[in-house]
Design a protein around this ligand. Structure first.
Ligand code: SF4
Length: 375
């Protein structure tokens, strides 16, 4: 198993809450593609002697749907010439509703894209305007109709909750609208106000603040319950799927499967070492990825902490036998703390797995931090 992540670091404008690495200088797109193809060719031996086919390819950003079908096709052709791709590979494109049209969607299907992740964020114009999104609610509804008319079956949407001006009931009514479409995947993220964003500036001026934790937790569980009624499995803290159509690409990250990330700011993992490309678009375009790549070998402690962090965020949790086998000494060190959290009913142990309870899952990041091995 392995996967490739393609970073498309361009957006038409900046959303008010977003601190992802991206640029609004769209005129560099063609030069960018050249360097990206070069990186894919140069790193064709990244997975070493492993003969496993690529199981997933994921175009994320930024806004991948700013690229023409020709560019997407060009990237996919370069990948298949340089890496063995499984016949049933999951090939995902993140798209924004305002970039979609029936013609573009038909052309995307021909390139081999078989999964779409649509950045809907909310079906309410007031939310979209305040978040600085470029699309409106009508564009989201229309693009969902086009997507299914075109024949895409594996379609997910992103929503954001915890908006300072909105209450839980407004957020949940997004799910009523969603129920009109055969969407198979839902990613629902709580808004985080990051310092370097427009929202961060408003927060510093005391003009915006996140809702308090108890309000956020109420929405989290109401979302969980309502999504369950709609047939969604809540398989990771921010992710839900129907009919077993979880994101194979993201699940592979959580399972520590090797992946190659191409483009500035993209991370890669070969099973032992982590690599990251410099977050510098200008340098990437001028000199390519190799001028800015960094690397670290993960120690056993790093891998253990990562295992905890990734697994306890999933509903399945961590497998006790697996953790004992791979990290015995660290397991012995954290077992008393695990038991403490089990006694307090924040964690539960059942069928050989440890996972967050209803009381614990929403605050799982704090529990993970408590369990981290620091030295
Ligand atoms: S479209 Fe996505 S990546 Fe671009 S600014 Fe908005 S949230 Fe960030």
């Amino acid at each position: 198993m392995s996967g490739i992540y393609i970073h498309i670091p361009f957006c038409k404008t900046r959303c008010s809450y977003c601190d992802f690495f991206k640029s609004t200088k769209l005129l560099y797109r063609e030069q960018y593609i050249e360097k990206l193809l070069e990186e894919l060719r140069d790193r064709r031996h990244f997975f070493g002697s492993r003969k496993n086919n690529l199981q997933t390819i994921y175009f994320g950003g930024g806004t991948p749907s700013l690229f023409s079908e020709k560019s997407i096709d060009n990237i996919l052709n370069t990948i298949s010439k340089n890496f063995p791709v499984a016949d049933n590979a999951e090939i995902t494109l993140e798209v924004n509703p305002d970039d979609l049209s029936p013609e573009y969607l038909k052309a995307l299907r021909k390139t081999g894209i078989n999964r779409l992740s649509i950045g809907v964020q909310s079906f309410y114009d007031v939310d979209l305007q305040k978040m600085g999104r470029r699309h409106d609610a009508m564009q989201s509804r229309r693009s969902l109709e086009w997507v299914f008319q075109t024949g895409f079956e594996n379609v997910g949407i992103d929503l954001i909750y915890g908006l300072p001006w909105s209450d839980g009931s407004t957020f949940l009514s997004n799910l009523d609208i969603l129920s009109n479409y055969p969407v198979q995947h839902l990613s629902a993220y709580h808004l985080t106000i990051e310092p370097g964003t427009q929202f961060g500036k408003l927060k510093r001026q005391n003009r915006l603040s996140e809702p308090d934790d108890s309000e956020s937790e109420k929405i989290f569980w109401a979302l969980h319950d309502k999504a369950a009624e709609m047939g969604f499995e809540h398989y990771e803290i921010s992710n839900f799927c129907r009919n077993g159509l979880y994101s194979r690409h993201n699940t592979a990250y959580w399972d520590n499967v090797p992946y190659l990330g191409a483009g500035p700011a993209a991370h890669s993992f070969d099973g032992t070492k982590r690599y990251w490309n410099k977050s510098d678009l200008n340098q990437y375009i001028k000199q390519g990825f190799s001028a800015g790549i960094s690397c670290e070998t993960l120690t056993l402690k790093d891998r253990f902490n990562e295992y905890l962090m990734l697994r306890l965020r999933t509903s399945k949790g961590m497998n006790v036998d697996e953790v004992k086998k791979n990290f015995e000494s660290y397991w012995n060190r954290i077992e008393p703390d695990i038991n403490k959290w089990i006694q307090k009913e924040f964690l539960e142990k059942s069928d050989g797995y440890i996972y967050g309870t209803r009381k614990g899952w929403f605050v799982i990041d704090a529990i993970i931090e408590d369990l981290f091995i620091l030295e």
